[in-house]
Design a protein. Structure first.
Length: 421
């Protein structure tokens, strides 16, 4: 187990938890008078690699400056969650016996229900439905896979309007998966686009893998039939790549936009010709915070490539440090969660990570985003990271009661109309 940033430049340098335990009694799992211990949990998908390095780089900086509220942060190690129930349960139980919190928790297969059952606070990217309304899970960009469609991020509408120069009177087409998350995602995106002034038809829905996909050529034809200025693909990665290829084959000249899974700075060919919405400032946007992130990673693990997983781990750790600082010296699991979820704790990183206030962000995204594009060899910023006012969708209007018109029937006046039963 490694105490990071005590003059060390690698993951194996620094003092161990045992060293501190010899001089201070343990007051709760993962807490001593001088240390707080965390561990990482990474899923098996492409969003996770590097997250543990990003988190440790951020902890190293905190420790170099004296720790947080008198405690240095010790990183106990990384567990892996591959989607196997037995393996996942064992990983969570191991963490439960060693750590105060799980930082980072990144990946679509992370067992958020098991973490909540273990009453372990966890911090990460919150990109899967298990984070929705989970009071133990804190996503640095809010909850990005929520079901509610009442309060949504304005990012799609604001950024596409900025990119295209206008919205009023122009059309945008959507495609989404036919599962429950896809339905919610489509409703949220439509609300965002309509608030910006775009006209948006009902989305094309496609089977969710592993269900077999239909021939996507007719789908592409349907999407471009009304000559939209943009097509937004909210589908799985394989489906998105297939539809994008079909649109290119039809010489569609509008913007083809999609989600952050296509932002992979180490493989820009993945998003060739696409416009990608990223929920934090991309590395290509040289904010002060991004420059500091790069410097912290270089100091901790020189030569590590900057990836979305690394960014997720770093900003998740930054959020945890902020919550730890707000809790102060009197640190217990119950007090930490109570303060984090009280409604007064907030977090943001200027121009890089949008504002989040808890507990509201357990069911909302940060109202921000950036657009990047790829030419196949590199990504570049199409629209810089910016935030806007959340879009509050109007509730569906209740059907008006039918007025009782005078009957022209020859039936007796004592007969009851159907509307009165």
């Amino acid at each position: 187990m490694v105490a990071l940033g005590l003059g060390a430049g690698t993951a194996l340098a620094g003092a161990t938890r045992a060293t501190h335990a010899a001089t201070a009694p343990v007051v709760a799992t993962g807490i001593t008078a001088r240390t707080v211990t965390v561990g990482g949990l990474l899923g098996a998908d492409a969003s996770a690699p590097g997250a543990d390095v990003g988190a440790q780089a951020r902890f190293r900086r905190a420790n170099t400056h004296g720790g947080v509220a008198g405690r240095t942060i010790v990183y106990a190690g990384t567990e892996h969650d591959a989607g196997d129930p037995a393996q996942d349960a064992a990983a969570v139980q191991k963490l439960r016996g060693e750590v105060f919190a799980v930082v980072p928790a990144v990946g679509s297969t992370v067992d958020t229900a098991a973490l909540a059952a273990a009453q372990l606070p966890f911090f990460g990217a919150a990109a899967s439905p298990g984070w929705d309304a989970n009071r133990f899970g804190f996503g640095f960009a809010g909850a990005q896979a929520v079901r509610q469609t009442r309060v949504v991020s304005p990012a799609w509408g604001v950024q596409l309007r900025a990119l295209l120069g206008a919205a009023r009177g122009t059309r945008v087409a959507l495609a989404t998966d036919d599962d429950a998350p896809g339905t919610s995602r489509a409703a949220q995106t439509r609300a965002s686009l309509r608030a910006a002034g775009f006209a948006v038809a009902a989305p094309a829905t496609l089977p969710t893998p592993p269900a077999p996909l239909p021939d996507l050529a007719p789908v592409a034809a349907e999407l471009v039939a009304a000559s939209p200025v943009a097509v937004v693909l909210l589908t799985s990665s394989a489906t998105t790549a297939d539809i994008a290829g079909q649109l290119a084959a039809r010489s569609y000249a509008g913007t083809v936009a999609t989600t952050e899974s296509f932002y992979q700075p180490t493989i820009p060919a993945l998003a060739n010709g696409l416009t990608v919405l990223v929920p934090y400032a991309p590395f290509e946007q040289s904010t002060a915070a991004n420059r500091r992130l790069a410097a912290d990673v270089k100091a901790f693990a020189p030569g590590t490539p900057l990836t979305p997983g690394l960014a997720a781990g770093y900003w998740a750790a930054d959020l945890f440090v902020a919550a730890l600082s707000r809790t102060g010296r009197r640190l217990t699991p119950a007090r930490f969660l109570a303060i984090a979820n009280r409604g007064t704790f907030s977090h943001s990183v200027p121009q890089t990570v949008g504002p989040s206030t808890w507990p509201a962000m357990h069911t909302r995204e940060v109202p921000c985003g950036a657009l990047v594009q790829s030419d196949g060899s590199r990504y570049f910023v199409a629209e810089p990271y910016r935030c806007g006012a959340p879009v509050v969708a109007k509730p569906a209007a209740k059907p008006k009661a039918k007025s009782k018109a005078k009957s022209k029937s020859t039936a007796p006046s004592t007969a009851r109309s159907p509307s009165s039963t």
